[in-house]
Design a protein around this ligand. Structure first.
Ligand code: PMP
Ligand code: GLU
Length: 398
């Protein structure tokens, strides 16, 4: 019998977190690493949200355990947000506030999956989906889109992946790692495919909702034909530059919300009180600071695009949202610099970290071993410098 359970032994370490730590370690050694690995806004949490947290502390009212699924006024505000901004009919009873959208996702999979249940994961997919599914005994079934289709799997592909064991379908839009956005019509097509299978749920991860340059943020949860079958995941990390505050939330059918709350009652006892008060301020005040940040990401997207397309051998598409580029890098496979040979995207990321001192994440972690992910949630200066370094390092591969 091993010290660590087989379940956890089999689990991969989060590649995004691991690469970010490698960059931090090198920085601590005095090496000038530019970290484009972690999907983390480089902006500060807007002032009025910080102030709300300070007021919450000063009021002295928020030191005790919170209600497990979140403060009632916050759940009401989230229900209003889902209903009015996203067209997802939501009551407070459908809402659970958690310690980041990551915990929301873990709660959801624990709530709905029995061993061997399958989850169709639209791929490339966010790194943690597959391991959370597996650790609770489920089976991820990947349905992959390629760069030629903006990495979007088609409704026909999804139809072919459905089996009697399919319990759910999960996607993110805007997508991490590809930045792709499903249009309203594309989501309708997918909805039509799963509609006849009444036991299949949809999990829509909309955490990049506010970083969407396409002008179309559509939610499957707003489709009346799927009523009672969609769980929408969101959070404040990306749109409000609040990664460290650790607040995520869901709109789910009431039975699933109750199950998530039950899990939370046995694991965390609820999300941090002060962060919940800050989240209330974020969700009930003007979105202007959020829009300003999105405008900056929009400018950087163009900058990064124009620099990346100048690098011979990279295949680059124009992402519609989030803050990632996901270029295809297979032309470099088999090439070497001295005694370093690049056999795959992992090798390429390690090479770029060692040679260019730029940290990126291998596409392997997202189900696309032909790609690497670059986060452009960084200053223009760092982006220019990093991409120049990448260009120089890649040119040395022959
Ligand atoms: N979903 C996606 C698509 C993400 O990129 C992330 C990373 N922030 C999460 C969920 C988890 O978010 P949080 O930081 O709120 O746990
Ligand atoms: N979601 C971000 C990313 O993909 C943050 C890291 C994480 O939560 O894994 O880089």
């Amino acid at each position: 019998m091993g010290l660590i359970s087989q379940r956890i032994e089999a689990m991969e370490e989060s590649a995004t977190i691991a690469m970010a730590q490698k960059a931090r370690d090198l920085k601590a050694e005095g090496i000038d690493v530019i970290s484009l690995s972690l999907g983390e806004p480089d902006f500060k949490t807007p002032k009025h949200i910080q102030e709300a947290a300070k007021e919450a502390i000063d009021s002295g009212k928020y030191f005790a355990y919170p209600p497990v699924p979140g403060y009632p006024d916050l759940r009401e505000a989230i229900a209003k947000k889902f209903t009015e901004e996203n067209g997802i009919p939501t009551k407070a009873a459908n809402v659970v506030v958690s310690t980041g959208a990551k915990q929301s996702l873990a709660n959801i999979f624990m709530s709905i999956l029995d061993p061997e249940d399958e989850v169709i994961v639209l791929s490339p997919y966010w790194v943690s989906y597959s391991d959370i599914i597996k650790v609770v005994g489920g089976v991820p079934v990947f349905v992959k889109g390629t760069i030629e289709d903006d990495f979007k799997a088609s409704a026909e592909q999804i139809a072919k992946a459905i089996t009697p064991k399919t319990k759910a379908l999960i996607y993110s839009s805007p997508c991490n790692p590809t930045g792709s956005v499903f249009t309203h019509d594309e989501l309708k097509e997918i909805a039509n495919v799963i509609l006849p299978y009444e036991n299949i749920l949809v999990i829509a991860d909309e955490i990049y909702e506010h970083i969407n340059f396409s002008g179309d943020h559509s939610s499957m949860g707003s489709f009346p034909e799927l009523e009672g079958r969609v769980i929408t995941v969101n959070g404040v990390a990306k749109g409000f530059a609040m990664t460290g505050w650790r607040i995520g939330y869901i709109s789910a059918p009431e039975a699933i919300a109750k199950a998530c709350s039950k899990i939370q009652g046995q694991s965390t006892s609820g999300a941090n009180t002060i962060a919940q008060r800050a989240t209330l301020a974020a969700l009930t005040s003007s979105l202007e600071p959020t829009q300003k940040m999105a405008d900056k990401y929009f400018e950087r997207r163009q900058l990064v695009h124009d620099l990346l397309v100048e690098i011979p051998g990279l295949k680059v598409n124009m992402p519609k949202g989030a803050f990632y580029f996901f270029p295809e890098v297979t032309t470099y496979f088999g090439k070497s610099n001295g005694d370093v040979t690049i056999n795959n995207a992992d090798d390429l990321c390690m090479y770029l970290l060692a040679d260019a001192h730029v940290s990126l994440v291998t596409g392997d972690a997202f189900g696309a071993p032909e790609c690497i992910r670059l986060s452009y949630a960084a200053s223009e200066e760092d982006l220019k410098e990093a991409i120049n370094r990448i260009k120089v390092a890649l040119a040395k591969l022959t």
